[in-house]
Design a protein around this ligand. Structure first.
Ligand SMILES: C[S@@+](CC[C@H](N)C(=O)[O-])C[C@H]1O[C@@H](n2cnc3c(N)ncnc32)[C@H](O)[C@@H]1O
Length: 482
């Protein structure tokens, strides 16, 4: 019998997905956080289930040769980067294998042509957006009792619960009441870290409390920093529970004086309970309230709450592969399904006759229309609605646009609705490119297309998010009977 708090010595056999590794103890499967295949570790049990237990590394006794020193001092607690302790080449190998395994195990596709994964050019500072939370309770790091003896010992860093007025950082995984108080993150940019520190100092000095979801009161809620990676624009969005113009005005003044790179400062006021960094009201305190970024030769306007791919350079690469796999011709009509703010539609628009983009979020469709107009693009049409309904019953939009020559499908992590897959199968379109952020749903959806004659010609995995378990892939489908 295992119990919470038990300390186990484990030899890690393999690395599974989502940042956990696998070991056995007395015949029981142990999912281990913070480990790596080839490690021998001491780990503390934090969850026991009938068929497995879950444990977290507290000490590395023998390090796997694929280990490396995590660069971030919050690694292991923040929960954002699960794999900073794994050398990048090994991370890529896991991700590649994960795509192959999902296609085989979930899709039943053996021997698929999965091309060698494309790694990210930037291993750190690759994100163009980070969202920090304020809180009145926090995990704070306890300084190590003794200096680390091995380079891997930092994984055992301890944190404790603390109470003060204002903390600023990320919510600790599974502790949504507490914030991990941080002064830097390796994923956005040094400038963004400097901004984080200034805003933290200012909020502490303000004598205003952080918003508390328990009492539904307080002031400071979120800090969102967005950067145009290809333009240099920077937006600081302060999300608050109340409207206090004098507080944000002074903060905007200090931010713009200290960091001339900042092009706009806005204040979203969110008086709802929902813990989202989106306000019912937005006030602009500096600049225009909008930044721009570029993908390929196209310019995109980004306001505080618009959706935009979080790794600009990675998105450009992903879209280029999708464009190549679509083998576009000037006479083509393309459906960009799950188009978001129309970035793929706009990216491919110069190579085809027409693109029709569809997305369920009305504001994304409005952004897509605006983006097309901004780039003087006239051959893109955007339609708001649930794809399943637009394919099964509300089909009037197809009258002038049928049949399409190419489908580019980029669904959310949950994949496609089965009815949408079925309709697409029936449409019998020769060229289909499936852009996926979840190999499991890619495999499941293509398996549903198989009875219609589709199979996978090739898959290109692309790593856009180093140190996390996320993996994108572009699959080219083929159908000999179309
Ligand atoms: C992975 S994002 C793709 C965004 C876009 N292609 C891009 O690269 O920026 C998935 C999109 O699917 C949309 N979506 C989710 N469910 C949908 C549905 N049932 N019908 C239409 N769009 C949906 C979401 O709003 C989101 O914009």
């Amino acid at each position: 019998m295992f119990q919470r708090g038990d300390i186990l010595e484990l030899t890690i056999e393999s690395s599974a997905f989502e940042g956990v590794s696998i070991a056995h103890s007395d015949g029981m499967v142990v999912f281990v956080e913070g480990a790596m295949a080839g490690d021998v570790v001491r780990a503390k049990v934090f969850k026991t289930k009938k068929k497995h237990i879950e444990a977290k590394v507290i000490e590395v006794l023998k390090a796997s040769p694929q280990r490396t020193t995590p660069r971030c001092k919050y690694f292991g607690t923040c929960g954002g980067c699960k794999w900073q302790h794994v050398q990048y080449e090994a991370q890529l190998a896991f991700k590649q294998q994960h795509v192959v395994d999902a296609l085989e195990r979930i899709g039943g596709f053996k021997g698929v042509n999965v091309l060698p994964i494309v790694g990210s050019d930037d291993l750190y500072f690759y994100r163009n957006k980070l969202e920090f939370s304020f809180g009145d309770e926090a995990w704070t790091m306890i300084p190590p009792r003794k200096p680390p003896e091995t380079k891997t010992e930092s994984v055992a860093a301890d944190f404790m619960s603390a109470e003060a007025k204002v903390f600023l950082g990320f919510h600790v995984s599974q502790r949504y009441d507490k914030v991990l108080d941080i002064d830097e993150c390796q994923l956005q940019s040094n400038l963004s870290n400097d901004i984080l520190r200034l805003v933290k100092k200012y909020s502490l000095a303000s004598n205003l409390p952080a918003y508390s979801s328990k009492s539904h009161s307080g002031y400071w809620r979120n800090l969102v920093i967005r950067e145009g990676k290809n333009t240099g624009d920077v937006m600081v969005n302060i999300v608050t529970f109340e409207d206090r113009p004098e507080v944000v005005k002074e903060l905007a003044k200090q931010l713009s004086a200290e960091f001339p790179e900042i092009t706009t400062v806005v204040n979203n006021i969110n008086t709802r309970k929902a813990q989202i960094a989106v306000g019912e009201i937005e006030k602009v305190y500096y600049g225009s309230g909008i930044i721009t970024d570029k993908i390929g030769s196209h310019v995109f306007d980004i306001s505080a709450n618009s959706f935009f791919q979080t790794n600009t350079r990675g998105a450009e690469r992903l879209y280029s592969i999708a464009k190549e796999y679509a083998e576009l011709k000037p006479s083509d009509i393309v459906y960009d399904l799950y188009c978001g703010t129309g970035t793929i539609s706009i990216f491919i628009s110069d190579a085809v006759k027409k693109v029709v983009g569809i997305d369920i979020i009305e504001s994304s469709i409005q952004n897509a229309r605006h983006n097309a107009e901004h780039n003087a693009i006239q051959n893109c049409e955007f339609i708001a609605g649930d794809l399943k309904d637009l394919l099964t019953k509300d089909t009037a939009w197809m009258n002038n646009n049928f049949p399409p020559d190419v489908l580019i499908i980029d669904p959310p992590r949950s994949g496609m609705h089965p009815k949408a897959v079925e309709e697409i199968g029936r449409m019998k379109i020769k060229r289909i490119v499936y852009v996926s952020c979840n190999p499991a749903t890619l495999a499941r959806d293509v398996k549903m297309l198989a009875p219609f004659g589709y199979s996978i010609e090739k898959v290109q995995p692309v790593d856009m998010f180093p140190h996390t378990f996320h993996i994108e892939s572009v699959a080219k489908l083929s159908n000999p009977i179309v």
